[in-house]
Design a protein. Structure first.
Length: 243
């Protein structure tokens, strides 16, 4: 079990074995639990397309539970309740997304059936928090997918996932339909969202006035700590004053 390494908050870039070596030997078979272990340990994973066994799902639930318990200490005070159902669902989603990055022959119907499936619980602070345990790697998956072929359906669906999971997708670039209502309504998620925007200097997330106000409150008297972000907020402020 490697969850202890996850507790440090260290997040390494994701690398999917076989992505740039399509003619080489197939990537080694990897269960969902092994996938998650390697994901949290060093970010280098191999994927398979076979269905995940019941025993593997159960072991993955235990691993995710331990990882969430360790990771919880890295969040601002008062994180939402963790949903094991959403945690497992999002882990399976990322697992299959990484497989599709390697297997670019999957048809759009297969991609949509897996990647566009509705989560098993309504969107809420708990849902976003629980999914973030694995979906925080979504920007890396998009980067890998684009590097192989930027105009295929997989990239479009990953961008749609980014819209649905804005907390996890900070850094993915402009997304036209991001809905942050559940995130800004929760103090913990709102602060985590602000921290990620500042860390990645994601200007595309500044079109929400509540988010801008939260960023200004976070920076306080030191807007120079994030000069690019602060300048863009000032531009929004002038536009609003002029309208």
């Amino acid at each position: 079990m490697r969850a202890a390494n996850f507790a440090s908050g260290h997040r390494v870039p994701l690398c999917v074995d076989g992505l740039f070596q399509r003619t080489a030997e197939p990537a080694r078979a990897m269960s969902l639990t092994s996938f998650l272990n390697d994901l949290f340990e060093h970010g280098r994973v191999a994927t398979v397309s076979a269905a995940v066994s019941t025993a593997d799902q159960q072991e993955a639930v235990r691993l995710l539970r331990e990882c969430e318990r360790c990771d919880r200490a890295n969040w601002p005070d008062g994180p939402p309740t963790y949903s094991e159902q959403i945690g497992l669902w999002s882990a399976n989603l990322l697992y299959r997304a990484c497989h599709f990055v390697v297997d670019r022959d999957a048809n759009p119907e297969s991609l949509s059936r897996v990647l566009m499936a509705e989560p098993p619980e309504p969107f809420s602070a708990t849902t976003h928090y629980s999914a973030d345990l694995t979906l925080r790697f979504l920007p890396d998956v998009l980067k890998l997918a684009r590097s192989a072929a930027g105009d295929d359906p997989l990239v479009a669906m990953l961008l749609t996932l980014g819209e649905q999971w804005p907390l996890a997708s900070v850094g993915m670039g402009p997304l036209p339909a991001v809905n942050v209502r559940c995130i800004v309504a929760d103090p913990c998620l709102r602060q985590a969202y602000v921290d990620r925007i500042l860390k990645k200097s994601d200007l595309s997330r500044l079109n929400n006035s509540t988010v801008r106000q939260a960023i200004q409150a976070s920076l306080g008297l030191y807007p120079e700590l994030a000069q690019t972000i602060s300048a863009e907020i000032e531009r929004f402020t002038k536009q609003e004053a002029a309208s």
